[in-house]
Design a protein around this ligand. Structure first.
Ligand code: BGC
Length: 417
């Protein structure tokens, strides 16, 4: 008490300087370590620190977040989770069901989050009707990134269907370039696979396979064709792809070694961080056959229950900062995604972001807004893991037929349900 009195004037002046209530600390777990990602997360750190709170960075490298989730589990098991963790989709429910997440309704009601978010986003953030997570963005996953110079040299057009992908890829290979930049990691294989499934089978097929897990769809001839087409892509990926990180694959398109990459629009964050301009240095097109469709992946921070009241204040400040227009704009300009918050000005965003915003609205109206399986939005982590295993094993095993893979897929999904 005495100590507090003695230092009160000093504390007050430092508080006034940072315009903060009592300062606390938030430890934030995320996996944003690539060039574009690191620039994006720095925005949040700065905005929080400006309010006088401190940010304890807990970055666990590894695209798609598998390693981050493993580390998070071990921290939670030892009773010491961070204040906030990058948790997405159905995983949010799994964590909330364990009773570990805090109720953010106080912050959410004050700022009227229900009116600021599309239903498809707010639903994912709530458990039992209460907000337990905050969305930072909406990523479109079904993109094809292309280097126009390479296409010019090969004398072919950028493909818009899987049928015309193959002749274009042959020409690119003949011209001495790698047609498809890819990293051999399970989540990247799954990202490519779901794009093929959506492009060939359509939204209804996609939803039946990856959301409701209809066995007839999983075992269908259409699914066999999807696996066959997926496997044909292997020939157009270079031999050194095993284990390669996604952003290294993106850099191969940036520097003209490769012609294309199928990847979510976090890849645009890499092009932007490298000073490249859309429509000039690189092109963004919907993944083949998916122009009216939108595979969504929403990044969000779930907030854990905390004991220290100053840290709770910092955690609430983090939550309201994330939903603020300033953060939603600057973060998404760097990240390659579009704001989760409705009614944001479009003028600072580039043509790829505009295309994404239009596709988000258009696809919502036609039933073509589908959740990403590869990024945890369509199904539980158990089923997602089962699909990952089948897809990756098939892609890497030249002795497995597409028919075998389809049977394995149906069995694996059923066992994980
Ligand atoms: C996340 C993105 C991230 C990407 C690569 C995705 O699952 O949603 O935010 O940039 O993985 O790490």
């Amino acid at each position: 008490m005495k100590f507090k009195k003695l230092f009160a004037p000093i504390l007050l002046s430092s508080v006034a300087a940072t315009a903060s209530v009592q300062a606390g600390e938030v430890e934030v777990l995320h996996w944003w370590t690539s060039g574009g990602e690191a620039k994006s997360v720095a925005v949040l750190k700065d905005l929080l620190e400006k309010q006088g709170h401190s940010w304890k960075d807990f970055a666990v490298a590894g695209g798609g977040g598998e390693s981050a989730m493993t580390v998070l589990k071990s921290r939670a098991v030892s009773g010491n989770p961070p204040a906030a963790a990058q948790i997405k989709g159905l995983d949010i429910q799994e964590w909330a069901n364990l009773g570990l997440l805090t109720n953010l309704d106080g912050v959410a009601k004050k700022a009227n989050w229900d009116n600021l978010l599309p239903g498809v986003v707010s639903n994912v953030m709530k458990s039992g009707g209460k907000y337990v997570a905050v969305p930072v963005n909406v990523h479109r996953v079904n993109w094809l990134w292309a280097n126009p110079e390479v296409f010019k040299k090969a004398g072919v057009e950028i493909p818009t269907t899987w049928d015309n992908f193959f002749p274009a890829a042959d020409a690119i290979q003949k011209a001495g370039f790698i047609p498809l930049a890819h990293g051999g990691q399970a989540w990247q294989d799954a990202t490519l696979f779901e794009a093929v499934a959506l492009g060939m089978g359509g939204s209804d097929f996609y939803n039946k396979a990856f959301v409701t897990h209809d066995m007839n769809t999983l075992k269908s001839d259409q699914m066999v064709k999807v696996f066959e087409t997926f496997k044909r892509l292997k020939k157009y990926i270079d031999k050194d792809s095993a284990g390669r990180d996604w952003n290294i694959a993106t850099s191969m398109v940036i520097n003209g070694k490769a012609a294309m990459q199928v990847m979510g629009d976090w890849a645009k964050g890499e092009f932007t961080a490298a000073g490249k301009k859309p429509g000039v240095d690189f092109m963004c097109l919907a993944a083949p056959g998916t122009s009216g469709q939108f595979t969504f992946n929403i990044d969000s921070f779930a907030m854990f229950k905390l004991n220290n009241s100053d840290n709770v204040k910092a955690q609430n400040a983090l939550a309201s900062t994330i939903m603020g227009p300033e953060f939603q704009e600057v973060f998404n300009l760097n990240k390659g995604s579009i704001p989760a918050r409705l009614g944001m000005a479009r003028d600072k965003f580039d043509s790829c972001a505009h295309a994404s915003m239009d596709a988000f609205n258009g696809s919502a109206a036609t039933g073509d807004l589908v959740p990403s399986m590869a990024h945890g939005l369509s199904t539980t982590s158990y089923i997602q893991g089962a699909i990952y295993d089948v897809v990756t094993n098939f892609f890497n095993d030249d002795n497995l037929s597409a028919k075998d893979a389809v049977n394995k897929l149906a069995q694996a999904v059923k066992a994980a349900m």
